[in-house]
Design a protein around this ligand. Structure first.
Ligand code: HAM
Length: 418
């Protein structure tokens, strides 16, 4: 039987990795401009970390984690998301003792046992950012502005920002109770999952895609009408800061998140272009998480974007690196000249390809086309004797003569590059 990758786990081939690198580099540039530094944490953690942070009653913990017992009889889990591990590290290394305000970003694979489809995989990649130690709504706005800038810098007008507030431990119980009694009156219309969620996590019913549940919850009470004074003020200030920085957003009071640690501001960058996988990035505030994990009472806020989903939105733009020059030869001794030239040009930073197999001139030129080389040169006896050659611009066939030296070619290829 042929060996293939595990279902839902993908290879990223060189054709596509240019696009991934572009996304990663843009994120690094935008995040570092905002004062974020990279943190790298393990892909595997003790299972308990995710139960205590994401929450036992969430889909992720109930159904989706890659959990197993290792050879030392410890229950370990491949991380389904990044925030829990980053906060575990923040606490474990007492990073707060030096400065409670930490601005951290990370990128890497995450694992969830979900049903694979376009934009949803079992191994997927997130790029995330977290700020600890700031209660002020200004931090919420900075995070949202940074996320918006990322999408602008990368050249996407989709997705768009939706925000909500989920309140705090003071006001959420009353909202939960109001929603529960609303749902209980309509229990006959709810799906089995939502009937179960009624007890454990009634807010999730607002997120259910089953048509009966969507209809039954149309007139459900809004979380925004149940916020306490503190949460209401916080949410107003976030909106004011977003307005001050002209960041476009809309309010979606039905947005609930699939992780339990959120308090107050939550948000998603949504798109209509990826079918049912509408969230390209998502996040929120988690003021109780650090203390819940055994650290001091320090608030936090952050987000993560799905790299595969960003890559899908970027579509088929060309990100592969093209050679600057393809050197074709007529064979024989000219190959030595070509090889020396290629070696010198590579060392001087010009991307060069040449024929490896002594193929016909026609097939060498076909390869130059296939690789999308910007220039080509043919080296034959005459060129070697005169020390000069015609360099052809592949886009329009324009030819210019240059000295067959590293500087001669470098000058021509680089000057036209700018
Ligand atoms: P999340 O909403 O679970 O939040 O995931 C964030 C993003 O990861 C999603 O919006 C989506 O783009 C991507 N994603 C999630 N699951 C998959 C999947 N199976 N396949 C492909 N992409 C996926 C979190 O993970 C939080 N840790 C975000 C956060 C950071 N909140 C605060 N700080």
């Amino acid at each position: 039987m042929a060996l293939t990758a595990v279902k839902g786990f993908n290879d990223i081939l060189p054709d596509e990795s240019g696009r991934w690198q572009y996304i990663e580099q843009t994120a690094r540039r935008v995040f570092e401009l905002n004062g974020f530094g990279e943190i790298r944490v393990p892909v595997m953690e003790k299972t308990e970390l995710f139960c205590r942070s994401i929450g036992d009653a969430t889909d992720i913990v109930e159904k989706e984690m890659y959990t197993f017992v290792d050879k030392g009889e410890n229950s370990v889990t491949l991380r389904p998301e990044g925030t829990a591990g980053v906060m575990r590290a923040f606490i474990e290394h007492k990073m707060y003792a030096q400065d409670p305000i930490a601005k951290l970003y990370y990128m890497g694979p995450m694992f969830r046992y979900e049903r694979p489809q376009k934009g949803r995989y079992r191994q997927f990649h997130q790029i995330g950012a977290e700020i600890t130690g700031v209660n002020d709504p200004l931090a919420d706005a900075q995070v949202l502005n940074m996320l918006t800038s990322f999408f602008r810098e990368i050249g996407l007008t989709e997705p768009t920002l939706q925000i909500n507030s989920l309140g705090c431990p003071e006001c959420r119980p009353a909202y939960r109770a109001a929603l529960r009694s609303f749902l209980e009156e309509r229990i006959g219309h709810l799906c089995d999952d939502c009937k179960r969620r009624l007890v454990t996590n009634p807010l999730r019913a607002l997120d259910c895609k089953v048509p009966g549940c969507v209809e039954a919850t149309t007139l459900a009470p809004s979380v925004l009408e149940h916020l306490c004074g503190g949460c209401d003020d916080h949410f107003s200030s976030v909106r004011r800061y977003l307005d001050l920085s002209a960041t476009p957003y809309s309010i979606n009071s039905r947005m609930v998140r699939g992780l339990d640690y959120y308090t107050r501001t939550t948000f998603e960058m949504v798109t209509g272009l990826l079918g049912s996988q509408s969230a390209v990035a998502a996040g929120g505030r988690y003021d109780g998480l650090i203390s819940q994990l055994g650290g001091p009472a320090i608030p936090g806020i952050g987000f993560a974007m799905g790299l595969e989903r960003v890559a899908l939105l970027l579509g088929s733009q060309e990100f592969a690196t093209q050679p600057d020059l393809f050197i074709a030869t007529m064979g024989g001794g000219e190959r030595d000249v070509a090889f020396r030239l290629m070696d010198g040009l590579l060392k001087s930073g010009v991307r060069v390809e040449m024929d490896y197999e002594g193929k016909s001139l026609k097939s060498q030129m076909r390869r130059a086309d296939k690789l999308k080389a910007r220039y080509s040169v043919v080296i034959g006896e005459n060129e070697v004797a005169s020390g000069r050659a015609s360099i052809k611009r592949m886009a329009d066939g324009f030819q210019e003569e240059a000295a067959l030296t590293i500087t001669g070619i470098q000058l021509l290829v680089k000057s036209v590059k700018q």
